[in-house]
Design a protein around this ligand. Structure first.
Ligand SMILES: C[S@@+](CC[C@H](N)C(=O)[O-])C[C@H]1O[C@@H](n2cnc3c(N)ncnc32)[C@H](O)[C@@H]1O
Length: 224
């Protein structure tokens, strides 16, 4: 199926951001943390992490709980999303001090170079008109040898499979969320396309894996 980019890159609408923040992503976000624990098994390591396209910060919160000595810079271009992220974090006062919210878009001038011990991102890649901006940001912001975990949806094989996934995973969600999920399944990349992106970026050291019926993950360590 041909890729159909997201109609809008940023999720700036307040209703859209709220519907996303209220949706239940427990299954996929738990999977994300499980994959991370395979990559970084020492959960007590002091880490300076970066979450790109953090949205309402559910993954930031799960990460800071799972890695009690880590800090996390969480970047998103959407003001509405970061407002929800700040609200979600304020419900966890014990974590707030270890999180830093940054409103900016990648490519970003505000991220320090070769600074982060770990780069994370979930469901950002398919939003980008040019996916290389993600791989360039990973390369420039992370320290040499840093672990990287990027998870995203993968493009469905057919419109029929898109509708099956929408019904299965968003059947009882509000219409705005169903629409966004459908758009995302058309905008997402196929695993082979992501492998080609990594090759172009000189990041063949990262592995692409299919990790669910709708997700792929890019995992590994940057060159030292
Ligand atoms: C589908 S949401 C994922 C949010 C979060 N990572 C999660 O897993 O729940 C994608 C997020 O990426 C943000 N985004 C899209 N393009 C961006 C860019 N170039 N720079 C920063 N954020 C971006 C959107 O505003 C949105 O909040």
């Amino acid at each position: 199926m041909k890729r159909r980019p997201e109609p809008e890159e940023l999720m700036e609408g307040e209703d859209q951001a709220r519907a996303y923040a209220e949706a239940d992503f427990t299954e996929s976000n738990t999977l994300f943390i499980r994959l991370l624990q395979q990559l970084v098994s020492d959960t007590h390591r002091p880490l300076a992490a970066l979450d790109l396209g953090c949205g309402p910060a559910d993954i930031v919160i799960r990460f800071l709980r799972a890695y009690p000595n880590a800090r996390c810079a969480a970047l998103d271009g959407s003001k509405a999303m970061l407002k929800l992220a700040a609200q979600a974090l304020s419900a966890h006062p014990e974590l707030v001090e270890r999180a830093q919210l940054i409103q900016d878009c990648i490519p970003s001038e505000r991220l320090p170079r070769a600074h982060y011990d770990l780069v994370l991102s979930n469901s950002l890649l398919h939003h980008l008109p040019d996916p290389q901006v993600l791989w360039e940001t990973v390369r420039s912001a992370a320290k040499p040898g840093a672990p990287v975990l990027i998870m995203d949806l993968m493009r469905s094989a057919s419109p029929g499979w898109v509708e099956t996934l929408v019904e299965t995973y968003a059947g009882s969600e509000p219409e705005v969320l169903k629409r966004d999920f459908r758009n995302s399944l058309y905008a997402a990349f196929e695993p082979a396309e992501v492998s080609a992106q990594l090759q172009t970026a000189g990041l063949e050291c990262l592995e692409v894996a299919v990790v669910s019926d709708r997700h792929l993950a890019v995992m590994g360590y940057l060159p030292t």
